[in-house]
Write a protein that binds this ligand. Structure first.
Ligand SMILES: [Cu+2]
Length: 282
């Protein structure tokens, strides 16, 4: 019985799930669902793939190009306020170019390289889309339409574009810059921190005044801070007075006396603060 139990325990230990880091995956064994839609069971997807149909207005394929695009958190480091980015924010190609995009996800989350505004008769939903979940690589091909136009490329996962994962792809001369492309064009909504600087509080004002006072009394490079010096001076003056006062008093009397003293001290401090504030406001 004991032997059986120990075998069961060993079996349980061996079957315990091991949390392994996800390995880089080449998504090159895709199921073809037709209409340029390919996907696999491990988070790889291509939509709008077109390797051979010439868009209307293109006499022939003008050029055949290939690029590798990286997506990852680390590429956002050069753009303050962002969290995600592609390694490159701007691309330019001749009209009617056949482009193969190798999309590499350097993060452990899901990323996309999605291009919008393509002719819908050729690209379902006007879109060319590459997607990889976790570290990996996927490739897709499309043929650009003719004409000068600027296309948005972005990651459509919630908040990834807003946090920096977007770029622009110009066909020909393009037709202007899109807004909020990190490092390329101005943000539509610029971060504004001007209201977040808190107004000076009364306590800050008092501390500043006291510090100034200390500097004028003790100087800046004194070993003792001004406050220490003031504290020591008060202590030296008050201690012998108190010692004389407490002679012959009962414990209760001493406590009552100290509380009265503290009350008086607080009143004096409040008066001093009011005076300092009135000085500042002048
Ligand atoms: Cu993303």
């Amino acid at each position: 019985m004991i032997k059986q139990l120990s075998i069961a325990a060993i079996a349980l230990a061996l079957s315990a799930p091991v949390v392994a880091e996800k390995k880089f995956e080449e998504h090159n064994n895709m199921m073809d669902h037709g209409d340029g839609h390919l996907m696999d069971m491990t988070g790889g997807m291509v939509m709008g793939q077109n390797t051979d149909i010439l868009p209307g207005g293109c006499d022939s394929i003008a050029a055949t190009k290939e690029i590798t695009v990286h997506a990852g958190h680390k590429y956002s480091e050069k753009f303050p306020g962002t969290m995600f980015a592609f390694d490159v924010q701007e691309y330019q190609f001749e009209p009617c170019t056949k482009l193969t995009v190798n999309f590499v996800n350097d993060d452990d989350v899901r990323h996309q390289w999605m291009m919008h505004g393509l002719p819908r008769y050729l690209y379902p939903k006007g879109m060319f889309h590459l997607e990889v979940t976790g570290p990996g690589k996927i490739s897709g091909t499309l043929i650009f339409p003719p004409g000068d136009k600027t296309y948005l490329v972005h990651c459509d996962i919630a908040q990834h574009m807003e946090k920096g994962m977007k770029g622009q792809l110009k066909i020909g001369k393009g037709d202007g810059d899109l807004p909020s492309i990190p490092g390329v064009s101005a943000y539509v909504i610029q971060d504004d921190y001007s209201d977040s600087v808190p107004e000076k509080s009364l306590a800050d004002t008092v501390v500043e005044e006291i510090t100034d006072l200390q500097k004028s009394v003790v100087g800046n490079d004194s070993f003792f801070s001004g406050l220490t010096v003031i504290g020591l001076a008060i202590g030296l003056l008050v201690a012998p007075l108190l010692a004389r006062k407490f002679k012959g008093m009962s414990g209760g009397e001493v406590i009552t006396y100290i509380i009265d003293l503290i009350k008086e001290a607080i009143e004096i401090i409040i008066k001093a603060i009011n005076w300092l504030v009135s000085l500042v406001k002048k």
